[in-house]
Ligand binder design. Structure first.
Ligand code: SF4
Ligand code: SF4
Length: 140
């Protein structure tokens, strides 16, 4: 997973993006099967209201909340993101979203779409941020 989110052309997104090893989603069961799913879901975060409807219908619990910018009121302006490493491509979320802000992409196209459509992620972060998190979590 480490490098597949880095098919980016924008100067602003040149940082190497990796899975955040400290996210609680990493404690959830990994996707079963050897073959990746044909489709993956990507949230167009600019249109996400944070209503959480999609979370309820995900059979593998692979949709995560991204808290809003104010730590004292994290539900304000919250959004969701999808764990591409765990999504099984069932399409429930893209059908359930009342705002039509989740799109299914062919597996190989999903990572570019993720780069273009993600405003804020805690599941996938820059390598630099992983180092910062590591210092906070285990004091290294
Ligand atoms: S496509 Fe299915 S598995 Fe993937 S995030 Fe949406 S509901 Fe979950
Ligand atoms: S259902 Fe749509 S608008 Fe609501 S949290 Fe999910 S992606 Fe965002």
């Amino acid at each position: 997973m480490t490098d597949i989110l880095n098919d980016q052309t924008s100067d602003e997104k040149e940082a190497i993006i990796v899975e955040n090893p400290f996210h609680t989603a990493r404690l959830k069961p990994k996707r079963k099967g050897k073959k990746p799913p044909k489709l993956l879901a990507v949230v167009h975060q600019s249109g996400c209201t944070g209503c959480e409807v999609c979370i309820q219908g995900c059979p593998v619990d692979s949709i995560e909340l991204v808290p809003g910018p104010n730590p004292e009121n994290p539900q304000f302006q919250q959004m969701v993101e999808i764990d591409l490493s765990r999504c099984i491509g069932c399409q429930n979320c893209s059908q359930d979203c009342p705002w039509e802000t989740i799109t299914m992409y062919e597996h190989d196209d999903a990572f570019t779409a993720w780069s273009n459509e993600t405003l804020s992620s805690e599941l996938y972060v820059s390598e630099e941020k992983v180092d910062d998190l590591k210092k906070k979590v285990i004091g290294e």
